[in-house]
Design a protein around this ligand. Structure first.
Ligand code: FES
Length: 105
């Protein structure tokens, strides 16, 4: 699967990752700034906030209750396409684009 991250300045990073990897974990593994992932992926910190591209948002299951609750705590403004990166596991063949918020903390 492929994940493209677009930062606030418009800089793009494309990562090829194995299926099952989360948008947060892929960023951490590759030292990508802009995603913190403080809680390690348990939907407890909201420092992995991303805006999923509107064309890709349907590729993921809708957020569960713990994620919806945590999304209320993001540092950057919440949008309709806001998700916690740690709850977004990519599937084989997926090509996903996410935008990074201006801040995570
Ligand atoms: Fe903490 Fe995603 S890493 S909520």
């Amino acid at each position: 699967a492929t994940i493209k991250y677009i930062d606030q300045a418009g800089g793009e990073t494309v990562l090829a990752v194995p299926a099952g990897t989360s948008v947060m974990q892929a960023a951490i593994n590759n030292g990508l700034p802009g995603i913190v992932g403080e809680c390690g992926g348990s939907a407890m910190c909201a420092t992995c906030h991303v805006y999923v591209d509107e064309h890709d948002i349907h590729k993921f299951e809708p957020p569960g209750a713990p994620e919806r609750e945590m999304l209320e705590c993001t540092s950057a403004p919440l949008r309709e396409t806001s998700r916690l990166g740690c709850q977004l596991a990519v599937r084989e063949g997926d090509m996903i684009t996410v935008r990074l918020p201006e801040s995570q903390q």
